[in-house]
Design a protein around this ligand. Sequence first.
Ligand code: ADP
Ligand code: MG
Length: 230
Amino acid sequence: MQAILLAINYKWETAMQLTPQLLPSLIQAIADAVENNAEEVTALDQAIGDGDHVINLQRGIQALMAQSAELSQLDWVAAWQKIGMTLMTTVGGASGSLYGTLFVAMSKAAREHPLNLSTFAEIYAQGVEAVKRRGKADVGEKTMLDVLVPVADSLRQSSAQAVELPVALAKLTDVAFAGMEATRDMLATKGRASFLDERSRGHIDAGAKTAQLMICAMAAVLIERLTSPA
Ligand code: ADP
Ligand code: MG
């Protein structure tokens, strides 16, 4: 019994160390995930978009890498605001303003609610709501939202059920993967792919693929951090 209590205390203490000092590792993990899958994602975007999605994202990721030392010294409210502004001004394309909106809205939500593990699910969900409004889109339209929305639902569910953080992170990676896969058979009704109408079916959406890659890359860093001894 005491061992269990110790383990829980240990995890709680470790979870409290999830500060923006993790941002350099998170950004590096995202950069690697996008780089390692660049050809595949570009092929997807060439099939039903204009083929620039990876280049757009990598411009933003490079800018974040250049700022990562500075970002690591901020609190989450300031870090998310800065990340959002950087993505908005560097990524371009539809995804730039959408990811920019996600982080700026998360910063705003975190300003209103004191940040802790149980409020993060709500903060992220508010960020995703802002993306929906900005893109005038919702789940089922073959976009990044088909990953972002189920991940928000999964986080909320895990938080309501008081699931341990590493388990919650493992769950949301499964959900992100399933959301990305589900875009293959969808009809695109938003973004450039919608111009293809029925011909948009049969290809995974590039933005859903990169959302899944980036979320899974961050989750892997966090799981490693939470479960390996300090
Ligand atoms: P662009 O389409 O302007 O060239 P990108 O290639 O960088 O921009 O990003 C395309 C991705 O953005 C799509 O694959 C899709 O996931 C996402 N997207 C496009 N329009 C919307 C929208 N209205 N709402 C949500 N996501 C969108
Ligand atoms: Mg594009």
